[in-house]
Design a protein around this ligand. Structure first.
Ligand code: AMP
Length: 397
């Protein structure tokens, strides 16, 4: 795997695809700087080598139109503050203006290009547009995991114009290595904890992961499709009736592959989908009509704890209950705490994909697990076993 460490950028211009798709408030202040901070090590490496950095990113969904509200000029001050260098900005991402700004760039300087998605050609993966982008650097560095599953011009197509002169930035390399640790090289026992609302959105992940793990914990709303399929009574709990056969087939496949599946045995059931609902702890397969399971119960958490603490490699995707409501957040918080404990004992833990990252941040677990992935869709597709186009484009050499 060619990373940025394989290059010396002295007197070179690095064209770096970063993910600066950050949220702005009404006054265009950046409200979450995580993605900018995540790109910092890569940018600093280029500058310390004696090179210069040309940063390209998208922001929002301007759909091929110039849109002043989504201009990357709004984030220049914040990027300068975080990187520690006064960065320059050019209000285009291709063409003479951008090329001139790049030509004027000196060692140690950073230039930010305007929002790539002001051109439809970006998301269309247009080759001519990608070739124009390629004129803006000597080496192409991809450090945007969040868009690595898209075959866009700046994330994938542009790489073909840099034969032998392209690599992964530190962030993307870290993402790839973390996923590899779980999917291929992780120390056993390997455990996947899958939660979230629906079986249908996780099915490809479950099927792919059965070949890689020793234990599978199933939690969250997905639980009830499995329980009903096995003949349990689930009251008004969320369920995908058309996925019950699939659920049974997953359990059979798991058995055949020697994967131990751990489902909840008891739940916190509520008489309404509301934080103030009446609740009761009840066996997962005996939920009466008018009640719905919204979080894992105490016996379940004891079982989950045992499995988590025995594991050496842990993947967590999807909340264990309706964590957005305080009354049903305990399962998710507890699982976070167990993973924290396992990590302290030496396990490798990766959290990624969609709502699990939101949950981890909400409860402050991001520093307690080994790695929190920065990509929602990209992470889910990686776990599904797909080769991401942005990653393949670099690996092709
Ligand atoms: P996903 O995007 O598939 O990871 O699903 C995340 C959502 O699943 C969160 O918004 C949770 O509130 C929801 N969820 C978790 N457990 C349950 C449950 N028992 N019933 C309904 N929704 C749930």
């Amino acid at each position: 795997m060619t990373t940025i460490d394989d290059f010396n950028f002295k007197q070179k211009k690095a064209l770096i695809r970063v993910d600066f798709n950050v949220p702005l408030d009404g006054e265009f202040n950046v409200t979450d700087t995580n993605r900018i901070e995540a790109a910092k090590p890569t940018i600093i490496k280029v500058l310390e080598d004696g090179g210069s950095a040309v940063l390209m990113s998208h922001m929002g969904r301007p759909k091929g139109q110039r849109n002043a509200d989504m201009s990357l000029k709004h984030i220049c001050a914040k990027v300068s503050e975080i990187i520690g260098v006064q960065i320059k900005f050019v209000d285009d991402c291709i063409g003479p203006k951008a090329e001139e700004a790049v030509a004027e760039l000196k060692e140690g300087e950073v230039l930010l290009l305007e929002n790539l998605r002001f051109y439809n050609e970006e998301t269309a993966g247009d080759v001519d547009f990608a070739e124009k982008l390629s004129k803006l650097g000597d080496v192409y560095v991809n450090d945007a995991f969040g868009t690595a599953h898209r075959a866009h011009a700046s994330t994938t197509i542009v790489a073909q114009f840099f034969p032998g002169q392209k690599c992964f930035g530190y962030l993307l390399a870290k993402e790839i290595k973390s996923i590899e640790k779980v999917m291929r090289t992780g120390e056993k026992p390997v455990l996947a904890i899958l939660g979230g609302a629906k079986v249908s959105s996780k099915i490809t992940i479950i099927e792919n992961i059965l070949d890689k793990v020793d234990h599978l914990i199933i939690g969250g709303g997905m639980t009830y499709t499995f329980i009903k399929a096995q003949g349990g009574t689930i009251g008004d709990s969320i369920c995908e009736d058309d996925k019950m056969d699939l659920a049974l087939s997953i359990l059979e496949q798991a058995k055949a592959k020697n994967v131990q599946v751990h489902l909840p045995v008891d739940v916190i059931a509520a008489n309404d989908f509301s934080n103030d609902a009446e609740t009761q702890i009840i066996d997962v397969d005996k939920i009466p009509s008018g009640w719905q399971g919204l979080d894992a119960g105490p016996k379940t958490l004891e079982n989950f704890k045992k499995v988590i603490l025995e594991s050496k490699t842990i993947l967590w995707n999807g909340p264990i209950g309706v964590f957005e409501m305080e009354s049903f957040a305990k399962g998710t918080i507890s699982v976070g705490n167990f993973i924290d404990e396992a990590t302290q004992k030496g396990a490798f833990s990766l959290v990624g994909g969609g709502d699990s990252v939101a949950a981890v941040k909400q409860f402050g677990f991001q520093d307690k697990v080994s790695y929190v992935s920065t990509g929602g869709g990209a992470m889910l597709e990686s776990l599904e076993g797909k080769t991401l186009p942005g990653i393949a484009a670099i690996l092709e050499g």
